[in-house]
Design a protein around this ligand. Structure first.
Ligand SMILES: C[S@@+](CC[C@H](N)C(=O)[O-])C[C@H]1O[C@@H](n2cnc3c(N)ncnc32)[C@H](O)[C@@H]1O
Ligand code: SF4
Length: 348
């Protein structure tokens, strides 16, 4: 019974949040509908393409993260995603995510899956979606991620999550040398019931001074887009929405940051408490500090107009499309959230 009540409460919050977005868009307003909480920049891996662990520094306490969640929930937050570095390195990560869930928020976690399996029962209780990185078949994944056995943990985590009806997705970073892994990763998605997302590798992705330069030739974006489109046509389990695939095909000229809804309806809380629209907009931004100003106020102070040539960061683009009311992006997000769970759970 309590599961049904919990589910209904979150569904109502989602509907109410949607109505509020409509109203805010009509009057040019903003509110934090969806926020990513980077719990730490620390990581137990050193993946080839990732420079996040080098940014590890001060982190808020559990009480401070909970305060951020409370304040943003009071300001209308509907969805809280958690990421890192490797968020599960923090022993209080599950407590913080559980707090978000108790507030009636939709929750998701990005993880390299190394530590997820041992906590899978608890994660299945507090998450709506678990997103794990999968960089290809075993030899490639373990090589890129410099950790033997990590592919096996990803697969074991996908299986354990499925057994607990926890929705999962994979995200695969693509560069010129591993385009061919896409087909194998899509086949694994069919097998494990997850959705597969693909992310072009960015040069210094999280070095925000160089961030906009994807550093990949146009043919890679075109090839990725063509493969995704084909998978879509075949009805395979790719997460990308058709409009994102169109944007990807334009690479490396994706669009214009001024029209993006980052900072209007979604944003990021950094480990030490600063609030930013997205990490690519961090450069040149005197990012407001949530601990000093309050987190809702820090979000409100984010600049309305952003400059930049757009990006191909898959979760950002899919989120932006949702706030542009792209029907297929919204359907894809709901389908992903519903995942292995029925939309209306059986009475317990
Ligand atoms: C920063 S990680 C954090 C979560 C977790 N540590 C993991 O590996 O999934 C989130 C995603 O960013 C991706 N990522 C890291 N560096 C990247 C880069 N240079 N270009 C594109 N994606 C990158 C990772 O592969 C991962 O899927
Ligand atoms: S991609 Fe994830 S697992 Fe790999 S080093 Fe970066 S934060 Fe760590």
């Amino acid at each position: 019974m309590s599961a049904l009540l919990d589910h209904s409460r979150r569904a109502l919050r989602l509907l109410h949040g949607g109505a509020r977005v409509l109203e805010a868009k009509a009057r040019g307003g903003s509110f934090p509908f969806s926020m990513t909480f980077i719990l730490t920049h620390r990581c137990n891996f050193r993946c080839d393409y990732c420079n996040i662990p080098a940014a590890a520094d001060h982190e808020m306490t559990s009480a401070e993260f909970k305060r951020a969640l409370d304040e943003l929930a009071a300001a209308g937050l509907v969805r809280a995603s958690f990421s890192g570095g490797e968020a599960l390195l923090r022993r209080d990560a599950r407590e913080i995510i559980g707090h978000a869930r108790a507030l009636g928020l939709q929750t998701s976690l990005n993880s390299n899956a190394w530590l997820a399996l041992e906590h899978i029962d608890e994660l299945a209780e507090i998450l709506d979606l678990l997103v794990v990185s999968l960089d290809g078949p075993e030899p490639i994944h373990d090589l890129v991620r410099h950790r033997k056995g990590s592919y096996r943990r990803v697969i074991a985590t996908l299986e354990a999550a499925r057994a607990r009806k926890l929705a999962t997705a994979t995200i695969t970073v693509i560069n010129p040398s591993n385009l061919d892994v896409m087909d194998e990763v899509i086949a694994l998605a069919q097998q494990h019931g997850n959705y597969a997302y693909f992310q072009p590798a960015y040069d210094d992705c999280f070095d925000h001074h160089k961030g906009f330069e994807a550093g990949l030739p146009a043919r890679i974006f075109a090839d990725m887009a063509a493969r995704l489109q084909l998978a879509h046509q075949r009805g395979e389990r790719v997460g990308a929405s058709p409009r994102f695939i169109e944007r990807l095909a334009r690479g490396p000229h994706f669009g214009d940051c001024s029209t993006c809804s980052a900072g209007r309806f979604w944003g990021t809380v950094l480990p030490e408490g600063r609030v930013i629209p997205c990490h690519l907009q961090e450069a040149g931004l005197d990012a407001p500090n949530g601990l000093e100003l309050g987190f809702a106020e820090a979000f409100r102070r984010l600049p309305a107009h952003k400059r930049g040539p757009g990006c191909a960061i898959s979760p950002y683009q899919e989120t932006d499309l949702i706030f542009a009311f792209d029907r297929e992006a919204i359907t894809a997000a709901l389908r992903r959230l519903a995942g292995a769970r029925p939309l209306i759970p059986a009475r317990t």
